[in-house]
Design a protein around this ligand. Structure first.
Ligand SMILES: *Cc1c(COP(=O)(O)O)cnc(C)c1O
Length: 383
């Protein structure tokens, strides 16, 4: 209860701001936060539980501040996954890649400095900038969500950002960045103020065959950071483990801003045990990629505009009133995400049964709203 005559001295720029977060609603079919729909197997659960039990015997002590075994396991995993040698001193981890990115801005942003991204982009980036008192500039992507290197060059020349944040595959569009974009951007940043390029590969494991990871460019670009997470393909969103690969100069800098013992013994033990089941946890990725490609095909055939996706979600539209469609789906027990450019909706790829439920509900909503709920070609369909 509020004390009379006192209000918390909230920073001016935080006044009236609603806490961020997708609605956490109890629905039969939740396709709104890009989780892996498959829970860990009993064997994996047992190993995580045993590892946590062992960690519990020493919980009176602070954890290993350098989380060395976990960094070794993450480095080995990245080396296998991307086919690029990554060493433990190039790896850093925190409680979700969200914390990793906040630490990057705490270290490389700050008052008088600027962070840049290109919209539509991940909605958390401006919040990291705000919370670390870093200036924020959002450029744009092209109409088809591809990356406009000339526009980026102009913006970088003008603002000389100390951090550029780029999700690849992008959230909310699903679009991956080609190396022909990442490499020149990293070079350009070094030449214009020496900024860091963060490629947020939260969805990397879902990328289509032949789409490379930015990890392949690490050796040539000391200012490149590639962030990853165990929250998506790895089916460990509840474990809160995100990480990055970069030059040791960058991981060293992050030691300065991390909180003491930020990664609990329990988190380290659970993540390490889960990494031991990498193959099994990632086993569903192939099926989810197939489900994604099928969903894209279905939506296109049904007349929707659909963005190219290398992720485990699909952005589709365009709707005259996207909120009505979102609500209509929710009324039928299917929760998706009202995000991205106006007129578009984002749906995560779930199990085949969840995808059937989504399609059935979408067809019912379309019957209810009518085809005039879709923006017509003449009004400027996306593709
Ligand atoms: C989901 C997501 C993340 C992952 O966040 P965690 O904190 O690791 O759970 C990071 N970046 C993007 C773009 C995402 O969509």
């Amino acid at each position: 209860m509020a004390e009379p005559g006192w209000t918390p001295p909230l920073r001016d720029e935080l006044q009236g701001i609603e806490p961020y977060g997708a609605p956490q609603l109890d629905v039969p079919v939740a396709l709104n936060v890009n989780e892996n729909p498959y829970a860990p197997s009993p064997g994996c659960v047992a190993d995580i539980a045993a590892a946590v039990a062992t960690a519990a015997t020493t919980l009176n002590r602070y954890p290993d501040r350098e989380f060395t075994p976990l960094r070794e396991a993450l480095a080995a995993y990245l080396t296998r996954e991307a086919g690029v040698a990554v060493t433990p001193d190039q790896v850093w981890a925190a409680n979700g890649s969200n914390e990793v990115m906040l630490q990057l801005l705490q270290a490389f942003g700050g008052p008088g400095r600027t962070a840049v991204s290109f919209a539509p982009t991940y909605s958390m980036y401006p919040e990291y900038a705000r919370d670390s008192v870093t200036g924020w500039v959002a450029g744009r992507r092209r109409e088809d969500f591809s990356f406009d290197l000339d526009h980026a060059a102009a913006l970088i020349g003008e603002h000389r950002p100390s951090v550029v944040l780029l999700p690849s595959p992008n959230n909310p569009t699903g679009t991956a960045l080609p190396p022909e974009v990442v490499a020149p951007l990293a070079t350009m940043l070094r030449e214009h103020g020496g900024g860091v390029l963060v490629v947020d590969e939260a969805y990397a494991e879902f990328r289509r065959t032949g789409v490379p990871s930015a990890l392949e460019l690490l050796a040539d670009h000391p200012n490149l950071v590639v962030t990853r997470t165990m929250s998506k393909a790895f089916a460990l969103a509840g474990g809160r483990l995100g990480y990055l690969a970069a030059s040791p100069a960058i991981t060293d800098a992050l030691r300065v801003v991390r909180l003491p013992y930020h990664l609990s013994s329990v988190t380290q033990a659970a993540a390490l045990a889960a990494l031991g089941h990498a193959e099994e946890l990632l086993g569903a990725v192939a099926e989810l990629r197939r489900g994604r490609d099928e969903l894209v095909r279905y939506l296109r055939e049904a007349g929707y505009d659909v963005a190219e996706s290398d992720a485990n979600f699909v952005l589709f539209g365009r709707f005259a009133d996207r909120h009505a469609v979102w609500q209509g789906l929710l009324d039928r027990g299917v929760l998706i995400r009202e995000t991205g450019p106006d007129g578009w909706l984002r749906v995560s790829v779930g199990t085949p049964a969840e995808m059937d439920a989504f399609v059935t509900a979408l067809e019912a909503v379309r019957d209810a709203i009518g085809d005039n709920g879709l923006v017509s070609e003449q009004q400027g369909a996306h593709r």
